[in-house]
Write a protein that binds this ligand. Structure first.
Ligand SMILES: [Zn+2]
Length: 487
């Protein structure tokens, strides 16, 4: 992927309001996964061929390149035979210097044994041949000036400072922003607003400020101060003793609530399609929702007057929200956006405690005993379920008929798998609830109405109309004693 095609594709993506690719490597990989050959063609992928297998009479690697070129393949003009290691080092330095001028991005040079026999004899360690090694260029660095240090607010209220910089070209793309993580990091790197700084791309993707160049200071530089008020909602910002991160603690922070909703509808949570950032923002702005639970009360008519909503997309969205009202406990727990509870932790807790009620009641000690849950997460979960607003959200979700499915208890004995039961009348030795519970434990199904797919009707004392229905449908009827024999 050449730098030119990379820029052109990203420009098109931006026009369609789609996310840009971070670098040509991601774009090339993403293109190869495309199913539509027209899109693949439009991306202008290209390749240089450097290897050929089988007996083609080449004694050296260099010859292979010549044969490939003669056969009409595109080969790189940067292939060079070096007589010894000092020539190799010299050539690596030369390419490194030419790197910014290349029409494509490279991250290094491959040094390979030229004698094919020798290369074969050297063999390989795992998948890595002993006869070849990559010399990687250092991350590309540049210098620029910090115009300002601003902050943004994350889902957990964390306030993260980032540098606004004069545009600088790094590893093929122009960069104007870089995260600074937190206040301590800014101090450690000695960065002032107005400083000239060295920047680089970590892993050639994420821009980062390496450090400042204090010798270039003019005296007009200013120190960054963490705002005392949230940049979004104006709520109070607190930095707990011993923690690196400052947070907005306002409970109604618009940005926080918005991002909570985004998290709530995400793929590993409620997985509601068609609810992107822009639409969520609009729903908030129009006052249609004030938290995630309100989503479940949305009606097509609420949405249609909004921009971006044609009749069809409104009904699709409402439908997709409705379809996702049933959710498994682990996904539900994750969707709540409790700090320190990611998907994996949510799974661990679900497997151990098995129901929302038990999670709600669990003590810090109980939570800490779960493998994968540390003291910090335990405290965070405990406190979440003791916060009035959170409990209100849970109640609200329940009113909107959001159903949380507990994981099935692990069946030791699935002897009733595939069988379905209906109980009618009263049983002597066991209550109906207990009987149904027992059926489920044995992996059977207990339902309340008789149908063709019912395997057994259990008839107790004073059976109701279900008995007659079972007879009509030809469902097998058993008494309490037969039933007890089965369970
Ligand atoms: Zn706020």
């Amino acid at each position: 992927m050449s730098n030119d095609s990379f820029r052109a594709v990203n420009k098109e993506m931006a026009k369609k309001e789609e996310k840009n690719y971070a670098n040509p490597r991601n774009l090339a990989a993403g293109t190869l996964r495309q199913l539509d050959p027209k899109i693949v063609k439009s991306r202008k992928l290209d390749s240089y061929i450097y290897e050929v297998y089988g007996n083609i009479g080449a004694k050296t690697h260099e010859e292979k390149h010549k044969i490939l070129a003669n056969l009409g393949f595109k080969t790189s003009k940067y292939v060079k035979y070096c007589k010894n290691i000092s020539e190799v080092i010299k050539y690596c330095r030369e390419v490194s210097k030419e790197r910014p001028k290349l029409p494509f991005q490279v991250d290094g040079v491959v040094v390979i044994v030229n004698d094919n026999n020798l290369y074969e004899r050297l063999g390989s360690v795992g998948k890595a041949p002993r006869g070849a090694i990559a010399y990687k260029f250092p991350a590309e660095q540049g210098t620029t000036k910090i115009i300002d240090i601003q902050t943004n607010v994350g889902r957990t209220g964390a306030i993260t400072p980032f540098a606004v910089m004069e545009p600088v070209c790094l590893a093929g793309t122009t960069v104007t922003r870089a995260t600074l993580h937190n206040e301590d990091e800014i101090k450690r790197k000695d960065i002032l607003i107005g400083d000239t700084v060295v920047v680089q791309k970590a892993g050639d993707i994420i821009p980062e400020v390496v450090g400042s160049l204090p010798e270039l200071r003019t005296g007009k530089e200013k120190k960054f101060k963490m705002p005392k008020r949230c940049p979004v909602c104006g709520g109070p910002v607190l930095k707990p003793e011993g923690e690196a991160v400052a947070r907005c603690v306002a409970e109604s922070c618009f940005a926080i609530e918005m991002q909570r909703v985004e998290h709530f509808v995400g793929r590993n949570a409620f997985n509601i399609e068609g609810l992107g950032e822009k639409i969520i923002e609009q729903l908030f702005q129009e006052g249609l929702i004030s938290d995630a639970a309100d989503l479940f009360a949305l009606k097509e008519g609420d949405l249609e007057p909004l921009e971006r909503f044609a009749e069809k997309s409104a009904s699709n969205l409402v439908e997709s929200i409705k379809m996702n009202k049933n959710i498994t406990l682990n996904k539900f727990l994750y969707s709540l956006g409790i700090r320190h509870v990611g998907s994996i932790t949510a799974n661990d807790i679900t497997n151990h405690l098995g129901s929302l009620e038990r999670i709600k009641k669990a003590s810090i000690q109980e939570l800490e005993q779960i493998e994968g849950v540390g003291p910090v997460a335990a405290k965070s979960i405990y406190e979440w379920f003791r916060n009035k607003n959170n409990l209100r959200l849970l109640r609200k979700l329940k009113t909107h008929e959001v159903r949380v499915q507990n994981p099935k208890p692990k069946t030791q004995n699935p002897k009733l798998r595939g069988l379905s039961f209906v109980i009618t009348g009263s049983l002597e030795s066991i209550s109906r609830e207990e009987a149904e519970q027992r059926i489920r434990e044995l992996d059977g199904k207990a339902t309340s109405s008789v149908s063709k797919s019912t395997t057994y009707l259990v008839a107790g004392e004073n059976p109701g109309s279900k008995l007659a229905k079972a007879e009509v449908l030809g469902v097998k009827i058993i008494n309490e004693k037969d039933f007890l024999g089965l369970i």
